[in-house]
Design a protein around this ligand. Structure first.
Ligand code: FPP
Length: 253
């Protein structure tokens, strides 16, 4: 638990917001358009979300852009999504950098084409000292995969004598997750009316608030983001403890 997450404390606005951007396909289908058009509009929505989040004071925005399960989609759609990430980095990197956005990619890199991998690593290097906002793109990301990779690193470190197995604790584990340099998200938003976590930030979202909105991702605008933030501000976060009046009562008893 970080300093900002003590029992009973309640910050009105989250530092780190993570979004499961769902509904591109349905958005297109409803208009008789190909799914790819939904993803294209999804990328426009992503750009808008980064801008709005920055303006609303969100310091870290994590976007679930391609999951480890998305490889099961038709080859053409997978290729299109790979191409969209490439297009995004090539076209937007200069502007993101000029706006002070630090770009981080989480997810397995070994399965990415060398060119794409090089491109995202370049984006991370170029922007690493930016401080205005952090954009985390979860690409080829799945929490179970991330946790297994972290466990593999721990096992390798233990086998090499770099860590004593008995000394493995949450801190040692967290240090080996893809998100090792990021605080946990306080708010996770999922669009399109689905109410699942879909293998997203399972470890990191242990104490997050969840907001589910029926809005399809291409339609997710500033008003929808502000509504999710307002919903978050109404929630009471207890981290397994008691609410403040109940705490006082327990203390008095
Ligand atoms: C879910 O919609 C969305 C995705 C699987 C991909 C998200 C991609 C974007 C928002 C575009 C930007 C992409 C990159 C790579 C920067 P869905 O296709 O599952 O929608 P459906 O459930 O309505 O079919």
């Amino acid at each position: 638990m970080s300093a900002g997450q003590r029992q009973g404390e309640h910050a009105a606005s989250p530092t780190h917001v993570a979004i499961i951007m769902d509904g591109n396909g349905r958005w297109a289908q409803m208009r008789g358009l190909p799914r790819q058009e939904g993803h294209r509009r999804g990328l426009e929505s992503l750009r808008r979300a980064v801008k709005n989040a920055g303006e609303l004071g969100i310091e870290i925005l994590t976007l679930y852009s391609f999951s480890t399960e998305n490889w099961r989609r038709p080859h053409a759609e997978v290729s299109f999504l790979m191409g969209l990430l490439k297009h995004f980095v090539e076209k937007d990197l200069a502007e993101l950098n000029a706006s002070g956005v630090r770009v981080r990619i989480i997810g397995g890199r070994d399965d990415l084409a060398p060119e794409l991998r090089g491109l995202v690593e370049h984006a991370e290097t170029v922007t690493r000292d930016n401080t205005k906002m952090t954009l985390v793109v979860a690409f080829n990301y799945g929490s179970r995969d991330e946790i297994v990779r972290a466990a593999r690193r721990l096992a390798a470190d233990a086998a090499a004598g770099r860590i004593d197995a008995a000394a493995i604790d949450e801190t040692a584990f967290v240090a080996r997750l893809d998100t090792h340099d990021l605080p946990d998200p306080e708010l996770v938003i999922r669009t399109s009316g689905e109410t699942r976590i879909s293998n997203f930030l399972l470890w990191q979202a242990a104490y997050a608030e969840f907001v589910f909105t029926p809005v399809l991702w291409p339609d997710f605008d500033r008003a929808a983001l502000e509504e999710a933030l307002a919903e978050y501000a109404r929630r009471e976060r207890r981290f397994g403890g008691l609410s403040e009046p109940a705490n006082r009562k327990a203390g008095a008893a």
